[in-house]
Design a binder for this molecule. Structure first.
Ligand SMILES: *Cc1c(COP(=O)(O)O)cnc(C)c1O
Length: 367
């Protein structure tokens, strides 16, 4: 069966089962459980929930492994780090990885004696220098610079040295890139972005091919309490069948937008792995089935970026990405990424491509 068809039905009831297509969200903190807890399938809401189970089976199909759902992408990130690294060990982290992951490392891991070694995503040699490391963390395409690294090559080197490989797959999504098949030990993602795709929930997950590692991730969730709400999980699951159509359209428009920006003399740099001129294009082509919904570009100064953003009539000024509504922001306003004052991260939505391009052209025309 085509993968898109599998995704449309993933975790939904079969056509032979009566009832709603997708089971409704189950709201229960506790369950009636006389006698011994072991005699019952369901006991307490922090341990398990059938709404999570359906969602995790769908995510497991997407990732090709066992998935564990969390309350947010950062809860998922913290869980992977929590079940793997200990004081005295070293983690190799991309210098351009999502800022909250770097903050988590510097605020919580370093003070407890875990060494953090930073290397840029575009420098595979530095990222892949794994001597003495317990884990290498990858984020490809990286957010917001959209640099790319070779997951298979780094995973092969890591495997030979017994180093764990984690891929933050948020920008790509498992629809476009499957890190477990490329050799990663864990894949982590914020489902707040394209997987849920409607800018209405905060969620995350971790997946791994190893059942024991998945069990440890579940135990971490139970003990730390980073559990997702059933309503959020149900909303995300309800949105999952459209992932293939959403992303196919978003990738197509993002490709057109990147080409239009690259051809516009007002724009000083365009970052999109789908552009033949992107330094990681060959690697992206090898390990991704589409280049994603994010396009980043530089307008040179804060004033020009603000003028451009202020001139947009369709695209919203907002952080986050992957949703059906196009959004853009001047990334330097957060002070957390090594980008210029005029750097824009643009998330291409599902509107008609001609309308998105016309809005951007009109915005650029004001510069
Ligand atoms: C958004 C994001 C996260 C964090 O996810 P939340 O759902 O906001 O907690 C982690 N990694 C990347 C690459 C992200 O874009």
């Amino acid at each position: 069966m085509h993968r898109d068809t599998e995704i449309v039905h993933a975790g939904f009831r079969k056509n032979t089962e009566a009832g709603s297509f997708l089971a409704g969200p189950q709201f229960s903190s506790t369950y009636t459980t006389p006698g011994q807890p072991a005699e019952h399938e369901l006991t307490y809401g922090r341990f398990h929930n059938p709404t999570w189970t359906a969602w995790e089976s769908a995510l497991g199909l997407l990732e090709g492994g066992h998935a564990v759902a969390y309350a947010s992408g950062m809860a998922a990130v913290a869980a992977v780090l929590g079940v793997t690294v200990k004081p005295g060990e070293t983690v190799v982290l991309p210098a351009d990885s999502y800022y909250a992951v770097r903050r988590l490392a510097s605020t919580w891991l370093e003070p407890m004696g875990i060494t953090i070694r930073l290397a840029p995503t575009r420098d595979s040699a530095a990222l892949g220098a794994l001597d003495g490391a317990k884990m290498v963390w990858l984020e490809t395409p990286s957010n917001p610079l959209l640099d790319v690294c070779d997951i298979r090559a780094i995973a092969d080197a890591a495997c030979a040295k017994g180093v764990l490989v984690v891929v933050d797959n948020t920008t790509a999504t498992p629809y476009l890139q499957q890190p477990l098949a490329l050799g990663a030990t864990y894949v982590v993602a914020s489902d707040t972005k394209a997987i849920s795709g409607h800018s209405d929930v905060i969620l995350g997950h971790v997946a791994t091919a190893d059942a024991e590692r998945a069990e440890a991730l579940r135990a971490w969730r139970t003990h730390h309490g980073a559990i997702p709400g059933p309503m959020e999980v149900w909303l995300a699951h309800r949105s999952l069948p459209t992932l293939p159509v959403r992303l196919t359209r978003q990738c197509a428009t993002a490709g057109s937008l990147a080409a239009a920006l690259a051809a516009n003399r007002t724009v000083s740099a365009v970052h999109y792995p789908g552009l033949a001129t992107h330094p990681g294009h060959a690697i992206a082509k090898k390990q991704m089935t589409g280049f994603g919904s994010l396009v980043s570009f530089d307008l040179g100064t804060r004033e020009r970026a603000d003028t451009f953003l202020g001139a947009l009539s369709l695209v919203r000024q907002a952080t986050s990405f992957g949703g059906v509504h196009s959004m853009a922001e001047r990334r330097a306003r957060w002070g957390s990424d090594a980008v210029g004052e005029g750097f824009i991260r643009f998330s291409v939505g599902c509107e008609a491509s001609e309308d998105i391009l016309a809005d951007v052209e009109a915005g650029l025309g004001r510069l």
